[in-house]
Design a protein around this ligand. Sequence first.
Ligand SMILES: Nc1ncnc2c1ncn2[C@@H]1O[C@H](COP(=O)(O)OP(=O)(O)OP(=O)(O)O)[C@@H](O)[C@H]1O
Length: 217
Amino acid sequence: MLTLQRFRKKYGPMLVLDVGDLEIPSGIFWVKGTNGSGKSTFLKALAGILSFEGDVLLGGKVNVKKNPVSYRKVVNFAAAEPLFPEFLTAAEMIRLFTEVKGVPFERADWYAESIGMAPYLHQPIGSFSSGMVKKLSLILAFTGKPRLILLDEPLITLDADSLDVLYSWMVKAHRDHKVSFMVSSHQSPGTSFLRDASEILVENKSLNLKHVSVANG
Ligand SMILES: Nc1ncnc2c1ncn2[C@@H]1O[C@H](COP(=O)(O)OP(=O)(O)OP(=O)(O)O)[C@@H](O)[C@H]1O
């Protein structure tokens, strides 16, 4: 699904990731690692919003640097601490996003209804609680026709019911549309929905891929 070539990331002189060449197959990946290991850096680089050395290709063809528009149409990202213009309503933000991506708005309505955001769609984002901002970022991440969804710490600030909704969206998108996921979190999913999840451990500036079996319940 993703090909990393000579992938390295430095902040000034500080080398944070030195991955080299790596093939990451399709699937659902839990991105793990200690504080400061580079999980957010990795996801932001894959999202095309952070510069890095080397190349990243989706499906062996679409290069984040050489084909940025095509790449971003199919790779969606939700930040750990999303920031949106406070004066826009959630509906206006979704409209902006769908117009830029060239995808229909209607599907976003379904996601909003599903996660309990429908009553707030026409309120300004500045009036939202942190959980509501998080839900908006997740709705945007699932909107369109993504092939890869990158979720940075999606579990924080979500209540238990919303977590189950998010897990069900992931399972459905993966099953019905073969969408792959990379999800950074310090928690394990704790659900049998995601028993096929694998793990990417960010450690010693490198990435270690392994399959994990998720406990039932
Ligand atoms: N904008 C930046 N400028 C300089 N250094 C940065 C910047 N962003 C991150 N870093 C550094 O890069 C390293 C990796 O940070 P990153 O945020 O990717 O870690 P993380 O694994 O997501 O951490 P956490 O689990 O605490 O969220 C850390 O040493 C951090 O201090």
